[in-house]
Design a protein around this ligand. Structure first.
Ligand code: HEM
Length: 208
């Protein structure tokens, strides 16, 4: 499959998922719907991209430095992340959201916990967006040649940091909004990614 075709496929899949997801999402405003669906598309694409290398290791292959499939899925993860970054700001950075989810305590979550959760979520969101911009800037063959394989790979590794920041950011907002099913889905996805990475490490050790 050529890269152009793959990007077209990812574009169509994204548009279908955004339309269907936003239609089904149990939210009131359009921005809330776009926010939650783009957040999940970002998380799904990001986890998939970062599992390509480990899955190749488990199969007994030694993944090359650059895999176009991983790069292309990563580009779409970053694009959805940046769409959610904008939508998330519209949804959460206002007095109505703060009054409803940060300043209103529940028996399980007092304001002394809600406040730092909100601050952490917003700060992590900003850091992830900066990492995505950096990753988009170096996601070309020209950047790979210009930086050299060592530096390029080192910068690419920040994708792992963006995944775990995304997971913890998501959990922070799911706790604030008491949305337990998405919280469970995020935890299960994280366990699956970690388990696959551990299996890949073991497979790589056996190979050496
Ligand atoms: C590129 C950076 C970001 C990424 C990758 C990201 C990712 C995520 C993920 C995976 C979730 C969990 C989805 C769910 O609620 O079930 C989430 C939720 C949420 N995020 Fe972000 N986020 C980012 C930036 C931000 C920023 C800057 C804000 C605003 C402060 C924000 C506000 C929210 C809110 C309010 C939720 C709860 C549900 C919703 O309305 O989407 N996010 N985010």
């Amino acid at each position: 499959m050529t890269r152009i075709r793959r990007h077209l496929g990812l574009l169509v899949a994204s548009l279908v998922a955004l339309t269907v997801g936003a239609w089904l999402a149990p939210y009131v405003t359009a921005w809330e719907r776009v926010s939650v669906v783009s957040a999940w598309l970002c998380l799904g694409f990001l986890a998939s991209a970062l599992l390509i290398g480990p899955l190749q290791r488990i199969r007994g292959d030694d993944p090359p430095l650059n895999i176009y499939l991983r790069r292309d899925i990563g580009i779409w993860a970053a694009l959805h992340g940046l769409l959610h970054f904008y939508a998330g700001n519209v949804v959460a950075m206002n007095s109505v959201y703060v009054a409803a989810f940060v300043r209103t305590p529940t028996p399980e979550l007092p304001v002394t916990i809600r406040d730092p959760l909100f601050s952490f979520g917003a700060t992590a969101g900003l850091v992830i967006a900066i990492i995505f911009l950096l990753l988009l800037a170096i996601s070309s063959d020209r950047a790979l040649r210009w930086l050299g394989p060592k530096k390029w790979k080192w910068l690419q590794r920040s994708a792992h940091a963006s995944l775990w920041l995304t997971v913890t950011h998501g959990i922070a907002y799911q706790l604030l909004e008491a949305r337990m099913l998405p919280l469970l889905a995020t935890v299960l996805l994280s366990i699956w990614v970690i388990a696959t990475q551990i299996r890949a490490r073991r497979a790589a050790k056996q190979l050496n």
